[in-house]
Design a protein around this ligand. Sequence first.
Ligand code: CA
Length: 652
Amino acid sequence: MSEKNYEIYLGNDLGFTYCRDATAFRVWAPMAEAVTLNLYAEGTDGGDAGNSADSALRKNDLPRSVAMVKSDGGTWFLKVDGDLDGVYYTYTVTNAGVARETADPYARAAGLNGMRSMVVDLNRTNPEGYAGDHGPILKHATDAIICEISIRDLTGDPSCGAAYPGTYPGMTERGLTYPKQADPANTPAGVPTGLDYILDLGVTHVQIMPMYDFGSVDEGNPSDENYNWGYDPINYNVPEGSYSTNPADGAVRIKELKEMIASLHRHGIGIIMDVVYNHTYDIENSCFQKCVPDYFYRTNPDGSYSDASACGNEIASERTMVRKYIIDSVLYWMQEYHIDGFRFDLMGVLDMETMQAVSDAASSIRPDVLIYGEGWTGGDSVLPDHMRALKCNTRCMHGIGMFSDDIRDTLKGNVFDSEATGYINGSPETASELLCSIAGDVLWANDPSDTIHYMSCHDNLTLWDKLTLSAGKESEETRLAMNRLGAAIIMTAQGIPFFLCGEDFARSKTLPDGEISENSYNLPLSVNALDYRRLDTCRELHEYYKGLIAFRRDNALLRLPDAAAVSKALHFHPICDHVISYTLTGDAEQLFVVYNPNPYPVSVSLPDAGIWEVYIRDASAGTEILDKIQGSTSVSARSCLAAKIRISSLNS
Ligand code: CA
């Protein structure tokens, strides 16, 4: 559908503008014949506008439903006198003779399950000192080390011991351990859970699975089965209600989310928000569709809806008012919630011009904002490939990172074939395919900051389950070695390392009947939640991850900011017997890194005759010197070796 017949509105006051003595409403509905504003005391259907319990409205002597006035650029406008803080509202939009009630597309607060929007004085939702709240400042994007979490999964399991499991407040609880330490002086040390687990890892950022308001979980009915990842947006600018202790009051979730963000920031953790602008929960009941039929969705030439998201619809990001909506939304989360970065779900559905505009607008507010996403789609799109933010078009954009399916699949085998193997789990002959990723994927990326290196995320099998299904004949000890080697490659390669929380303790998504799930998006919490009993039994693997993270943070040579720096510092040695080795040379020191994927140890010659300090070897990693070596050394089966030498000793 062409958009040429639509008036556009580029003002910044869509939605509500609150003042204590009046609130103005503006909604874009350029084809509508009439728009009515409806005010309610309650956030759900129960509290009808005419209900006698309607005290907030009575107190202010507010009208129930008022016709809005046609205004500039296809918008409808109305100013209502009185203090409307806490008043719920909807619009009734009449298009082509059909009147439909809808939430506000620009809603910033909402009632239970998001069907009614709410006017809120956002100032009263700010925690103390919120104006000074700020996430960690990144010198380079490659300094980020990202762990993916879900608010519900991180603290939802009983083994976490949270007082507010699965909620925003649960994410702020300190001192949690498994087992619970009733008497710390007389019980063995437990493993850290919840926030303490994240802090213990030493990561710089968490990527949080959807926390905008999604439609698939009934917010009024918490239960193990009432679970969904939330890749089904209904209100893009409202926090999800099921993570709040009181989803019925639209202000509570906002305050609780801000408190969670401020808490993570106080502990030095940046927050990357998972955003799903590529599709909505559905078309029929979407606020976009009710306001401007078919404008927000791409259609095929035959009139059917294009479905590159594989979720029934795809957003027409290239249209002026859709692009504006996405940019406005991202900037709102940055400014109101202090979000530090964004992970775009199925970013390949969105057009490049929109993604570049998002990146430019976000970086103008904050130069170190992280913008990256999935450079692919879930199906074919009606919009041509050369216009969309696909991984193959990375070089046509700047400041936009992509998940590297190259390193993911080369390390452990094709993601869609559970038995397929890669470099770490039985196919060491793929060594040469890894070199590009180790160098920052600069064959398709502009710089290492454009590539997100990972082995596991919320989608598909966990790394441990993948190793179980692809290398189940090997002993558990061997599979742990494979896991360690993969993690070491991710944490030493040039790029931005990323892992699913729990990868460090062999997380598994296993159903009660023993079946392994490769897509747990709507399975119960008990399948998805982090089981800290497993961390208790996998402490060594967890310590290895911690050591790798600490080593990376300690060595700028592993975090080179751009392709020129990589070209200058990185030197690969010839691959021999599938063993990859390379040096990274800086001004003051040189690193030597070796990956041995073979089921037997290999001997390697050190690149310089001086004395090398070993920091990663066998099952150990960290910032402490493990050993000092000279001449040549042995690298154990399926393991990484990393050693360092001072340049001064090189010259002597
Ligand atoms: Ca919701």
